[in-house]
Design a protein around this ligand. Structure first.
Ligand code: RFL
Length: 390
């Protein structure tokens, strides 16, 4: 089989890149190691920057997002038991929107399938070859080994994928920071309580409460990296969320059936080499951020906007200038965003051995973002997202 662009991974990065290339008339095959059901059920991000919403609209995949997305004009911070509203909308009306990543993925898959374009599920890619001049991808499906030849490979296969490992020089250009905690996330059929939304800094650790839709809540607790997901009953989870999220007015989270639980280690990672020859990586394959900044999906969107245009010029105009500049331009958005996500983590979590002095410094940071004009402007700009290179 031959295609113009082989895309590895049917996460937001791979699926959106497929959609962007489709709009230029460029053929793609998406290879995804997981089943269709697994990909659709995977619960992750939920906070979309205005640029992400606009990009999904631009490529015609935002009908349901426009119907179901929940506007997020302010953000709530809770510390010392007091909840504060932090304005998030800017003068141009840019704001954040809550809409689950699983919905974004489902919208992209359904459009692709309706257009008759190929996604091969349960196709595990094992190696990439010929990336200097005549690329090919080896994968196995139904126990059979197959080869896909192509003009270009887009590695959108996440942090643990095969693409970055196949990119010469990537490892030497990679930087990793591990945080000493994890996030225990639950998804619940519970109408989000607007009075307990947001991020909470408490002596018991961080908690986060957000809306996935009008009837679904996504909540997180800071836990130890080795946390055992079976160690807390549902009632104990809700009690702990209430301890960390209740405020001066006694507002409590709305409870409901918990339909998903997961634990994620907090890491930050950047690979500065994002392209070699006819292989480029994008999204979590190239960088990951701690979820406290809510930036992973949004960064992936920025990457594939740029990469889609660079591949278009490479294949259709025979112009490699943008592709040659891909890593540099992408990193102009990536590093500040990774830095921001780390600052958010440092302001909200309880670190091992944390002293009262450290806690008071965290409160100073939160106070600056919430109440100081310059601090709030900085916070808003970071949360709303940096402009795109193209
Ligand atoms: P993905 O989504 O990991 O998709 C990669 C795909 O590649 C497939 N794959 C392979 N396929 C074939 N062959 C192989 N050898 C393969 N190896 C891997 C995988 O099965 C998968 O389907 O990466 P992508 O597309 O770059 O998207 C990145 C986002 O998923 C990620 O950054 C966000 O979920 C991060 N994130 C958040 N981002 C936000 O923008 N806003 C948020 O509010 C937000 N909250 C979060 C988050 C991530 C979290 N976790 C789970 C770490 C909250 C959490 C808890």
């Amino acid at each position: 089989m031959h295609t113009q662009v082989a895309i590895i991974g049917a996460g937001p990065a791979g699926l959106l890149l497929g959609r962007i290339l489709q709009s230029h008339g460029i053929g793609t095959v998406i290879l995804e190691r997981r089943s269709r059901d697994y990909v659709l059920a995977r619960v992750r991000a939920g906070m979309l920057e205005q640029g992400t919403v606009d990009t999904l609209r631009e490529y015609g995949v935002a009908e349901r997002l426009d119907e179901m997305g929940v506007a997020h004009p302010t953000m709530q911070f809770l510390w010392n038991g007091v909840r504060r509203d932090v304005p998030l909308e800017d003068e141009d009306g840019r704001r954040l929107t809550n809409y689950g990543q699983s919905y974004v993925v489902e919208d992209l898959i359904k459009h692709r399938e309706a257009d008759g374009l190929p996604i091969v599920f349960e196709a595990e890619v094992s190696s990439l070859d010929g990336i200097e001049d005549s690329p090919s991808v080896t994968y196995s499906v139904d126990g059979e080994t197959k080869t896909l030849t192509c003009d270009f490979i887009a590695g959108c296969d996440g942090y643990l994928g095969v693409s970055r490992r196949s990119l010469p020089g990537a490892e030497a250009a990679s930087y990793l920071k591990e945080f000493p905690f994890a996030w225990f996330g639950i998804l619940a059929e519970a109408t989000p309580n607007p009075h307990t939304r947001g991020f909470s800094n408490t002596p018991r650790g961080l908690a986060v409460s957000s809306a996935r839709s009008a009837t679904r809540s996504r909540l997180y607790l800071q836990v130890d990296p080795e946390f055992d997901i079976t160690s807390m009953s549902d009632d104990e989870i809700w009690d702990e969320l209430d301890r960390r999220l209740s405020d001066q007015d006694g507002n409590k989270v709305t409870r409901g059936p918990i339909i998903e639980k997961s634990v994620a280690r907090l890491r930050a990672f950047v690979c500065e080499k994002m392209r070699h020859g006819k292989l480029a990586i994008a999204g979590d394959a190239a960088h990951i951020v701690p979820p406290s900044g809510a930036k992973g999906l949004n960064l992936a969107v920025g990457d594939v906007r740029l990469l889609g245009e660079a591949i278009r010029r490479h294949l259709l105009d025979k112009d490699d200038a943008l592709l040659d500049d891909y890593s540099r331009l992408a990193l102009e958005r990536i590093w500040p965003t990774v830095h921001w996500s780390c600052l958010m983590s440092e302001a909200f979590h309880t670190f091992p051995g944390q002293t009262e002095f450290d806690t008071r410094r965290q409160h100073q940071t939160l106070d600056f973002w919430a109440h100081d004009e310059i601090g709030n402007r900085w916070f808003r700009e970071a949360m709303l997202g940096l402009p795109y290179a193209v």
